[in-house]
Design a protein around this ligand. Sequence first.
Ligand SMILES: Cc1cc2nc3c(=O)[nH]c(=O)nc-3n(C[C@H](O)[C@H](O)[C@H](O)COP(=O)(O)O)c2cc1C
Length: 288
Amino acid sequence: MTIYRSLNPADFPLPEWHPYMIGSVVPRPIAWVTTVDQSGRPNLAPFSYFNVFSSKPPVAAFSPSTSARTGKPKDTHQNLLEVPECVIHLVPYALAARMNITTGEYERGIDEIERAGLDTIPSEVVRPPRIVGTPVQMEAKLRQIISLGDNPGAGQLILVEIVRLHLAEHILNDKGHPDPRKMDVIARLGGFWYMRLVPESLFWMKQPRNPAEVMAWHELPRDIRESKVLSAAEIGHLLAFRPPDAERLASLPEPSDPEALHRKMQSLLPDKAEEAWRMYIEHVQSGI
Ligand SMILES: Cc1cc2nc3c(=O)[nH]c(=O)nc-3n(C[C@H](O)[C@H](O)[C@H](O)COP(=O)(O)O)c2cc1C
């Protein structure tokens, strides 16, 4: 049985609580954000309290907190109040260390882009520039800022509407959509840990469109529910794919050597659940 450590946020001051927040929701994508101040000076900073929240309208949000060091809003937040536009970039592994350089809390007006040796190209719709070498770039306009407090560490949730999406050709699949196998972007974990989006860490799982495409737990043959070979994840993949003749499963005999059969099915999971079921049914029907 899993033993849990249960924490009450109210018991912890910010520096002790922060590691639990950034370590518990993982991995987080990183918004690498360009903004400009009212005199047009650019700023670049990373934020991993970030995601997209609506497709139409296309809305993204990230959250620069009030600085724990200075007690002031971060430059990105301040700039958005002056010029309500930004460009959000995803960070490719190739630029991970450059991204790290741009996190330094430099004085306002210091150009982190120049310091990190990065090149820019103009945006089509907004004033902040785009960072060269990033695979995904979202030009966006400010919609709303939701202040979650004014103490150090309190997030200032910035909601922006995407007005242009730029995708590097080399990350696209044959339908023109971003292919996760080609992106190699980084994500933030707890502490100083990061991860790379690389093919070895991916798996494919089709979303069932309606409940008739999946099985119910009680419909799974008993040997599969109690398998000593198949992992919980693999049993889940079988549960999520309903074979065409699922109703017949209950009336079929149990396999004589379930472990051997489960090992064969295992080699087809996670992506070939259909074949794994076909093999199971043929096997038990033939009485082996
Ligand atoms: C990977 C990464 C993710 C970060 N995410 C956040 C975040 O979500 N919110 C935040 O306030 N600071 C975050 N920081 C720290 C800011 O990048 C840092 O405070 C930066 O100096 C802010 O820049 P600015 O003042 O130019 O806006 C993060 C730093 C790193 C390296």
